[in-house]
Ligand binder design. Structure first.
Ligand code: GLN
Length: 551
């Protein structure tokens, strides 16, 4: 029997950073486990059209989809948890919504009318939510996460729109879930339900009554606490769900399932109850929590004091760790404070080096020093985007002997621009949404690390960059032993490089971390971790020196 698409709205209250994205993705996983077709959407209240123009320090990672949208990092959680690809339409911002409405107003579509938040902005929000459900693919459930915290001025039009949305559909087709905090006050030894009561009051002020409350707590909620929250917030006690702190974000779906959330949602939405298949997930979580081995890998970047800037890389290491039955411990290195003189001190206790993507000149020399160390000490190296570019610069400077080699991003007048602006980028003046974005093909050379990982002749991976490997240096670089292992067949752009005589040394122009999934680790991360597990640093003085700190 064909069911109508159901909509679940997830809002957040009390404080930000409670993990609404993880909560949304986890609910998605519970429904996927019941064989429902699920997708997610994020509504972002900020006025930027997309996060592409925001600093990683402000916003964390910019997540890129196959179709080249620069989106919120929560879309990464969705993809990693529900294994369904997101696209441009799965993220809408206030900026985009006003942009559409104002464009229509200029065209004359509203002639004679005053254009207002209600109904014109709210109509556009509702239209975008429906567009997710009515795309080429059919979904049983669309989960819509509303960014921000209830009470924020910016999120009001979104809350108003989802209120109207509920009124316009059958009650069994729409469910509202609210994520709140139930803090534990040490001095009195009690948990406090008041912030949750106030947050729900705020929701009710605008006409939204939550059907389910997800209560973040340090420890499980007692029966009394649940009853009290239920009474004050006007819902049944079994709809107050324990969302206690857990060790790994991947445990969250299992935590919700313990409380019967999957069945409760299905029953409330009139979806047939099904036995969930969570076997693979349970196994995955067990391996995350009980690894057989440890390996320490350094990430050397510019935004390393905000780990959210590298969210997908961090998660890709969790997935790849599980594939190797190991836990990857990340050592964060701030590229600015590194140089050829102190590099040994930073890298002697790690078994692998990853240089992630990034923009601008700051920290580049530190990264190049780190890559040189990895190359000369046969330490596994993985360069992503800017990481590939730095590896090429390092190789040309120190192996090909062109000491001034650089990227024109860092030195526009360099004598040897081994990394240069793409031709298509030369006349670009507008910054937003104009990089080489989204999925492009990469043809893989046989007998390379790349081929050993992917085990196929061609892949598609996601991109976000303006600069590229300068093909006029290709012969000179290959002559000295660097192998071009991936090429985009349409443009001849270099997609991957490697050093074949090395234990594992790979640079890719794309962002493989964006396609790593919980139960389907990315092959390049998997092989990088495997190589790092087998690495012995010749400079390390004694065994046992590893892992004696931060554990
Ligand atoms: N800044 C570099 C470029 O634009 C690398 C970008 C990245 O690492 N995402 O090409």
């Amino acid at each position: 029997m064909k069911t109508r698409t159901k909509f679940i709205f997830v809002t957040g209250g009390v404080v930000s950073s409670l993990g609404k994205g993880i909560a949304t993705a986890s609910i998605g996983r519970l429904l996927i486990a019941r064989n429902y077709r699920v997708t997610c959407m994020k509504l972002d209240p900020y006025i930027n059209v997309d996060p592409g123009t925001m600093s990683p320090f402000q916003h964390g990672e910019v997540y890129v989809t196959d179709d080249g949208a620069e989106t919120d990092l929560d879309l990464g959680h969705y993809e990693r948890f529900i294994h369904t690809n997101m696209g441009r339409r799965n993220n809408a911002t206030t900026g985009q919504i006003y942009y559409s409405v104002i464009t229509r107003e200029r065209r004359g579509d509203y002639l004679g009318k005053t254009v207002q938040v209600i109904p014109h902005i709210t109509d556009e929000i509702k239209r975008r939510i429906l567009a997710v459900a009515e795309g080429d693919e059919k979904f049983d459930v669309v989960l819509v996460e509303v960014g921000g915290t209830v009470g924020d001025i910016e999120s009001q039009p979104f809350l108003e729109a989802i209120r109207q949305f509920g009124l316009e559909r059958a009650p069994e087709d729409v469910l509202y879930i609210h994520l709140t905090l139930v803090p534990f006050i040490k001095s009195s030894g009690e948990i406090k339900t008041k912030p949750t009561q106030h947050s729900v009051m705020k929701l009710r002020e605008i006409g939204l009554q939550p059907d389910v409350l997800l209560c973040r707590t340090e420890n499980s909620l007692s029966k009394e606490a649940r009853d009290k929250i239920a009474l004050f917030c006007s819902l049944r006690s079994e709809m107050v769900i324990n969302a206690r702190d857990v060790e790994s974000i991947y445990e969250v779906p299992l935590l919700y399932e313990e409380d019967g959330l999957g069945d409760k949602i299905c029953s409330r939405l009139g979806l047939k109850a099904k036995e969930p298949d969570l076997g693979g997930w349970i196994n995955f979580v067990r391996k995350v929590k009980e690894p057989s081995a440890y390996v320490r890998i350094a990430i050397c970047g510019k935004y390393t004091n905000l780990h959210d800037s590298y969210k997908s890389i961090v998660e890709a290491f969790v997935h790849a760790g599980v594939e190797n039955d190991a836990k990857v411990e990340l050592k964060w290195l701030f590229a600015d404070s590194m140089n050829g003189d102190n590099i040994d001190q930073h890298l002697r206790d790690v078994s692998g080096l990853l240089i992630p993507g990034g923009f601008g000149e700051r920290g580049i020399e530190g990264k190049i020093a780190a890559i040189r160390y990895a190359r000369e000490n046969d330490m596994p190296f993985f360069g992503i985007c800017l990481g590939l570019q730095c590896a090429v610069i390092e190789f040309v400077r120190h192996v090909c002997g062109m000491a001034e080699a650089n990227s024109t991003e860092f030195n526009p007048s360099t004598a040897d621009p081994v990394i240069d602006l793409m031709e298509t980028q030369v006349d670009v003046t507008q910054k937003g949404g104009t990089m080489r974005l989204g999925q492009y093909r990469c043809v893989i050379k046989p007998d390379t690390f790349l081929h050993a990982a992917y085990k196929t002749g061609a892949v598609s991976e996601r991109h976000r960059h303006r600069y590229e490997f300068n093909n006029s240096y290709r012969d000179r670089i290959e002559e000295k032993g660097m192998v071009i292992s991936g090429i985009n067949p349409e443009t001849n752009l270099v997609e991957a490089i490697e050093l074949p005589d090395h234990l594992w040394f790979v640079g890719v122009q794309f962002h493989p971390e964006l396609k790593s999934r919980a139960l389907n680790a990315h092959p390049l991360f998997r092989d990088f971790v495997r190589a790092s597990l087998s690495y012995k640093n010749p400079r390390k003085q004694s065994e046992g020196e590893e892992f004696d700190e931060d554990r």
